[in-house]
Design a protein around this ligand. Sequence first.
Ligand code: B16
Ligand code: MG
Length: 221
Amino acid sequence: MNKPPILGVIFDLDGVIISTDECHYLAWNRMAGEEGIPFTRADNERLRGVSRMDSLAIVLERASRAYTTAEKDAMASRKNAYYVELINRLTKEDLLPGALQALHLLKEMGIKFAIGSSSKNTPLLLKRIELSHAFDAVADGNHITHSKPNPEVFLLAAKKMGLSPENCLVVEDADAGIEAAAAGGMMSMGVGYASAHPSADFRAKSLADANFKAILWRDAS
Ligand code: B16
Ligand code: MG
C-alpha cells in the first residue's frame, strides 16, 4: 500500500532549530534556587517539549511545601523573565547545525514548512535567529490550549499550511512531540534525544544528518 506523500514538514523549535536547553536550565535553576528547591540538569531533561506550567509542576515535585495558584503563576513569570533575559542574547549563530540547510532544501523541493512549538516565546526566538518570515506557518504555545503530547499544535500548523495531517512530517527532539505527531496522524522524525523513541518513523542525530531527499522521495523510487 502506498504511503501518503509528504507535502509539508513541521519543525519543533527548541532543540531542533535552535538549542535553548541551557537557557531553560539556567532560568529554572535560578528560580528554583531562590525557592530552595533542588533542580539539576537531569530534572531539566524532563521538561523538554513540556509547556511552562506543566514544567513548573515537575519542578515543584521536589518542593518541600505546597504552593498556591498565585504563587505558581508568579514563579512561572519569574522563570520566564530570567529565560527571556538569556534568549535575548541569542543570534542566528545559535541555529543548530543543518537547520538553515534543511529549510533551503525544502524550499528548493517545493515542500511547505512550519513551526510547531510549545513555547510562548516562539515569536521572540524566531526574531532573534532572523527567521520570523521564513516559515509558511507558525503554530506555538500562544495559540493552543493543550500542549504536547496532545497533537493540537501540530494539527494547527498543518491547517495553517492548508495540508492534511497525513501529508505532514513532524521533526521533534522531545518524546512528548513524537507522541503528539502519532496522536495527530502524522509521520515523525526523531532528532537528538527523541531519535531513540520507538514510535519515530525516521531518525537523525541532528538536522545535519537528516536525509530529507530520501524521506520525501521514498515512494518515487
Ligand atoms: P515557554 P518546543 C518547549 O519548546 C521547550 O522544549 C520546553 O522546554 C518549554 O518548557 C516549552 O517550550 C514552553 O516554553 O516557557 O517559552 O513558553 O520544544 O516545543 O519548541
Ligand atoms: Mg523541542
